[in-house]
Design a protein around this ligand. Structure first.
Ligand SMILES: [Zn+2]
Length: 87
């Protein structure tokens, strides 16, 4: 049995045991990698991804909620302004 070098490997067979130990975010989720953030921002043109909005500044949101997917994937990330993010 080897231990991952990445440091945030989650063993699906072992949930319900210890709480997440990654302290980088208050609720235990790892931060979105900078490179991934940049790709999402470029994809959105550095504006809110809602066509009728396009406001700035923007935040990066998960399309399917983090609590469900538990990973940061480009396809599941979207740039939104705080107003749209809160909807
Ligand atoms: Zn917006």
């Amino acid at each position: 049995m080897t231990t991952s070098v990445v440091g945030l490997s989650l063993d699906e067979s072992d949930d319900g045991g210890l709480a997440a130990y990654d302290p980088s975010m208050p609720d235990g989720r790892p931060a979105i990698p900078r490179d991934l953030q940049r790709r999402v921002l470029i994809e959105a043109g550095h504006r809110c991804a809602i066509p009728t909005c396009q406001a700035t500044p923007i935040q990066i949101a998960h399309i399917t909620d983090w609590s469900i997917v538990k990973e940061h994937k480009f396809e599941n990330l979207i740039a939104l302004c705080p107003t749209c993010h809160a909807l």
